[in-house]
Structures are given as structure tokens and as C-alpha cells.
Design a protein around this ligand. Structure first.
Ligand code: IYR
Length: 224
């Protein structure tokens, strides 16, 4: 393995069982306060906070460490307006039939509809793109691996970083999302993966009550 150049774990921190217990519980309590928010304030969020969160996302593991993602952070009002118009166009189709009855019935409890004013109200939209292929250091086309797993993990890191920073988020997936590639001028090698809405919640923001219930530990895990 001529390319393998190992170094000792550079920055590992160890904790006692009690410290780990406390850290695990603190994290659990904090992340349980994350909720998808659909009503945002227009209060600005400084760009450097978004940058730190994107760097956290960029630290995610990925297939062969190819990091097959690109994050377009949009604060420009005109671009957010274009995205809103295009997204609402797709959502109108979705809610007026494309979704099908079962899907719409499943969404009843969320209180969503085709109107997405938050795409213009929130100070930041983060469009996440999955790179089907990349470019290596010599400019040659590079194969990527486990792209959706990798971008999913990075997106999870990003949501977590934003929440920890004190920001509200919405994972938004208008379908199809091709308009994002066009508006944001991304290459055909990239597939729009998800649109995150980021900012402070509106003072009168609400969340669905009973529909927020998460499955219990017994339901989601088994120990062998
Ligand atoms: N993209 C639509 C519909 C929607 C779909 C699912 I699955 C959700 O969990 C929530 C909404 C919208 O954003 O309204």
C-alpha cells in the first residue's frame, strides 16, 4: 500500500464512563429540542456562523473520502425569490394531484401546503448537491462511491451543527428539484439532494403537536 501514510490519532479525547453518560444525555436533551420549523423570522444570521456549520458538514465520512457534496448557501434575496417561485410551482402540482391520495393523507398532520413563504423570509437557504462524479487533483474524472449515504451523513452533520449553533432548520424537498441546478448553475454531474431552510423561528412559529412523537427506544433498537 504505497499510498497509505499513517499518523497517530491526532486529536482524540477520552472520557470516563460517567463523563460519557453525561455527554450522551446532554446531547440527547439538546437534539430532542430540534424541530422542523416552517415559519421563520427575517432576522439576519451572520455568514461566518453558516460557514462554520458547513465546515462541520464537510468533516463527515464519505466513500473513499471523496466528499461528494457541494453546499450552495443562498442569502441573496433575488435568488431566494426565484427558488420560492420554482418550488411553489412544483408544490402546486404535488398538492393538486401528483402526490397521490395516500401521500397527501400522510401529510395532513403536518399542516403543509403548496405555499412556501419561508423560502423568502428565512435569511439562508442551503442547497445541497450530490456529486455523481468528481475531479481528481490532475483534473481527471473521478468515480464517487456511496454518494447518497455520504451526502446523507454530511446533511445530518449540518443539521446538527446548525441546531447546536442555535438556528432553526427545515429539510425541504420540493419534487422534482431540477430547478435548483438551473437557478444555482450547478453542473450536470451534480444532483440536487435537499434544500435546507435556515434562520431564527418566527415568534409565532408552531409545530405539529401529536405528530412530533418519536418512536421509543424499544421500537427503534434491539440489542443482541
Ligand atoms: N415537499 C412537500 C411535501 C412534503 C413531503 C413530505 I414526505 C414531508 O415530510 C413534508 C412535506 C412540502 O414541502 O410541502
Amino acid at each position: 500500500m504505497p499510498d497509505y501514510q499513517p499518523v497517530p490519532l491526532p486529536d482524540w479525547q477520552s472520557y470516563s464512563d460517567d463523563e460519557m453518560r453525561r455527554r450522551a444525555k446532554d446531547y440527547l436533551e439538546d437534539i430532542q429540542r430540534r424541530h422542523s420549523v416552517r415559519a421563520f423570522s427575517d432576522k439576519p444570521v451572520p455568514r461566518d456562523i453558516i460557514e462554520a456549520c458547513i465546515r462541520a458538514a464537510g468533516s463527515a465520512p464519505s466513500g473513499a473520502n471523496h466528499q461528494p457534496w457541494h453546499f450552495v448557501c443562498v442569502s441573496d434575496a433575488e435568488t431566494r425569490r426565484k427558488i420560492r417561485i420554482a418550488a411553489e410551482h412544483e408544490e402546486a402540482e404535488f398538492y393538486s394531484g401528483r402526490a397521490g391520495e395516500d401521500w397527501l393523507e400522510d401529510l395532513d398532520k403536518l399542516g403543509t401546503d403548496q405555499h412556501k413563504p419561508f423560502l423568502e423570509t428565512a435569511p439562508w437557504l442551503i442547497a445541497i448537491f450530490l456529486q455523481r462524479s468528481g475531479v481528481d487533483a490532475d483534473g481527471n474524472k473521478q468515480k464517487n462511491y456511496y454518494m447518497s449515504e455520504s451526502v446523507g451523513i454530511a446533511t445530518g452533520f449540518l443539521l446538527n451543527a446548525l441546531h447546536r449553533a442555535g438556528l432553526a432548520t427545515l429539510t425541504h424537498t420540493p419534487n422534482p428539484m431540477k430547478f435548483l441546478s438551473e437557478i444555482l448553475q450547478r453542473p450536470a454531474t451534480e444532483r440536487p439532494y435537499m434544500l435546507l431552510v435556515v434562520g431564527h423561528p418566527a415568534d409565532d412559529a408552531t409545530v405539529p403537536g401529536a405528530a412530533l412523537q418519536k418512536k421509543s427506544l424499544d421500537e427503534i433498537a434491539s440489542f443482541v
